[in-house]
Structure formats: C-alpha cells, structure tokens
Design a protein around this ligand. Structure first.
Ligand code: ADP
Ligand code: DAR
Length: 345
C-alpha cells in the first residue's frame, strides 16, 4: 500500500492526522476480520471533501488503528484518551419543557441512537449472510413488541417503490447511502438485509443495517422533546434486554463512523427559522456556542427547504444521553430567542 497522495488536497481530519509516520506504522496492520488501513481510509481518499474520512470495520479497528483514530476522535469530540464515557438514560434528569408550545417554530422532534451487535463485523465489511442474520434476529424481536411500541417490519427487498418513496418523503425511511457511505462499502448488496420497523403511530422506528446494525428512533410532530426522549429510552431498554450491544468503557457504544461513538445519539428538531436563515453568521455563531449542528431537512448533506432547518447536538462522546438532548434543547431555546428578536427588527 502506498501513501494516499490525494489526501494532500483534503481538509479532512484523516488528512490532518494520517502523517507519513503514522502511515508507515499502520500500513501493514489489520483486524481479525481482515479490516486494513486501506479499508479505514478509503472513503476519505475517494471523497476529499470528507469532514472525517474514516470508518471502522469492527470494534477492534479502534484499537489496532488507535494511533490514527484517537487523534480524529479527540479533535472531533474534544475527548481525551484517558476520558471515560458516562451513559445516562434517566429521563428524570432531563429538563426540557416544550420550547415552542404554540407551535410557531418547531415542526418535529426526532432522537436516535446507533447500536451495533457485539462480535459481528460492522456494515463496512459484514458478509451478506451475517447482514441477513441480523435482519432475521432483530425483526423477530421487533415483532414481539407490545403496547405503544407494537408495529410492523418492512424489508426493503419487498417494499414497493411508492411505499419506499412515501416513507422517505415523510422522513421515516433512510435513502440508499450517500457517496461517503458508498465508498466505505456500506451500500454493498443493497437493499439486501435492510429494512424498517415502525409502530402504528410511526413515533417509534428502527432501521436495520443502514449505516449501523440498528438505528433506534423516536420521533413526533411538535416540540415535546421530553416525550420523544422517554419513548426512545423505553425502546432502547426493550432492545437491550434481548441484544448485547458493542460497548467500550472509553469509547461508549461502538459505531461505524467515529462521529457517532459514545452515546451514538443525535437529537434533532426540524425548525422554521426564516430570519436566522437570512443572517447566516449569527446563525452559525449561536450553533457554535451551543455545540449544535445545522443540517438540511432531508438527511445529512441535504439542503434546508422553506427556511426549515435540522438542528441537533454535535457532541456524542464524552457526554451522556441526557446531556446530548440538553445540548440540543439549549441550542433551540437560544435560536428561537434570536429568531424572535430578528422578527421584531
Ligand atoms: P441520522 O444520522 O440521525 O439518521 P440524517 O440527517 O441522515 O440523520 O436524517 C435521517 C432522516 O431523519 C432524514 O430523512 C431526515 O429528514 C429525518 N429527520 C432527522 N431529524 C428529523 C426531525 N427532527 N424531524 C423529522 N425528521 C427528521
Ligand atoms: N461524510 C463523512 C461522515 C461524516 C459523519 N456522518 C455520518 N457518519 N453519517 C465525512 O467524513 O464527512
């Protein structure tokens, strides 16, 4: 393997931390699942506009390639090697009265966590057989859920095009992976082994074999963030009664992308902010101050539509799940306050 020269034209964290010395140290290493340095970096080498540029193939990747990944993780999450991840799913610890009870700004709230099954390779190198086994195991557990979480599983293989498009347009279903995920090998055998479960109210959803083995999702219209969090915790507790998830005392929940490590949680609102949309600098300053990320409303790398933005916690590692939601909440409060000020000008 030769040093990937194209990285010299990239501003990704991969480009920053894969020095010639680190490359020489890691170029012949591989995990017991034969995940190599080339596998770790291929998405970032192909997509020079990556922010991170690296993906894992299994839990071991984070140990074998720690010389590179620890630096990326430390900078992205501001998380030191000696820090430990502290999980807290106690919903009583969350202070989040609805910040928009009148419904003038917040369209919808969604909180998700990623989970991967202990001992099974991640989506980047999982075999077709292993992926299908996950689909069978997880969909069987989901079909046994009762009460508010009861619902139906839809394998992408058997889903009609119109059904799929309707779920995507309503923000319930994932689209086939973008070029970053494609280059990482996450779209292999698409749509085999992929599917979505949702309860009858479509407020609890679970994705199987998208970017991670599971994405556990709670979502609803409006800004009752606490209610969304309570439902998510209930769903997580049900799933972890039956499945042993990959967890590390330093890195927390193990995920395919280093940006999702730790809580693996993204808590977001879709929110109408027309005036902030016209004052991008103020918008970005508030987002930076409150550690929130601004996205478009049709998934990562998408654009805002109708002055509606996806606002979510940026930090996922080194803070607890309650703090992730609290980060998003505080950011939303500050953004609504500024939007109201700008309305008056
Ligand atoms: P994630 O990694 O959390 O899944 P994405 O940005 O890829 O994030 O979003 C996945 C899907 O979830 C997209 O269809 C997006 O429109 C939808 N989504 C994210 N946040 C919200 C929200 N607060 N309300 C409604 N839909 C949402
Ligand atoms: N686009 C890749 C991944 C960034 C985080 N998003 C994920 N994991 N969906 C990048 O390196 O920018």
């Amino acid at each position: 393997m030769k040093f990937p020269k194209p990285l010299e034209n990239s501003n990704s964290l991969l480009a920053k931390y894969l020095t010639k010395a680190v490359f020489e140290q890691l170029k012949d290493k591989k995990t017991t699942n034969n995940f190599t340095l080339k596998d770790v970096i291929k998405s970032g080498v192909k997509n020079l506009d990556s922010g991170i540029g690296a993906y894992a193939g299994d839990e071991e990747t984070y140990t074998i390639f720690a010389t590179l990944l620890d630096k990326i993780i430390e900078e992205y999450h501001d998380f030191k090697k000696e820090d430990l991840q502290q999980s807290n799913l106690n919903t009583d610890d969350l202070f989040a009265p609805n910040p928009d009870a009148e419904g003038n700004y917040i369209i919808s709230t969604r909180i998700r966590v990623a989970r991967n099954i202990k001992g099974i390779p991640l989506g980047t190198i999982i075999s077709k057989k292993q992926r299908n086994e996950i689909e069978k195991q997880v969909s069987t557990i989901l079909k046994s859920l009762k009460g508010e979480l009861a619902g139906k599983y839809y394998a992408l293989n058997n889903m009609r095009k119109e059904e799929k498009e309707a779920l995507i347009s309503n923000h319930f279903l994932f689209q086939s992976g973008d070029r970053f995920l494609e280059a990482a090998g996450l779209n292999r055998d698409w749509p085999n082994g992929r599917g979505i479960f949702h309860n009858n109210d479509k407020t609890f959803l679970l994705w199987i074999n998208e970017e991670d083995h599971l994405r556990i999702i709670s979502m609803q219209q409006g800004g009752d963030i606490k209610e969304v969090f309570v439902r998510l915790v209930k769903a997580i507790e049900k799933m972890q009664q039956k499945i042993d998830f990959a967890y590390h005392k330093h890195l927390g929940y193990i995920t395919t992308c280093p940006t999702n490590l730790g809580t693996a949680m993204r808590a977001s609102v879709h929110i109408k902010l027309p005036n902030l949309g016209k004052n991008k600098e103020i918008f970005q300053d508030i987002a930076k101050k409150y550690n929130v990320q601004i996205r478009g409303i049709d998934g990562e790398h998408s654009k805002s539509k109708g002055s509606i933005y996806d606002i979510s916690n940026k930090r996922r590692l080194g803070i607890s799940e309650v703090q992730c939601v609290q980060d998003m909440y505080r950011g939303v409060i500050a953004l609504i306050k500024k939007e109201k000020e700008l309305e008056r000008n």
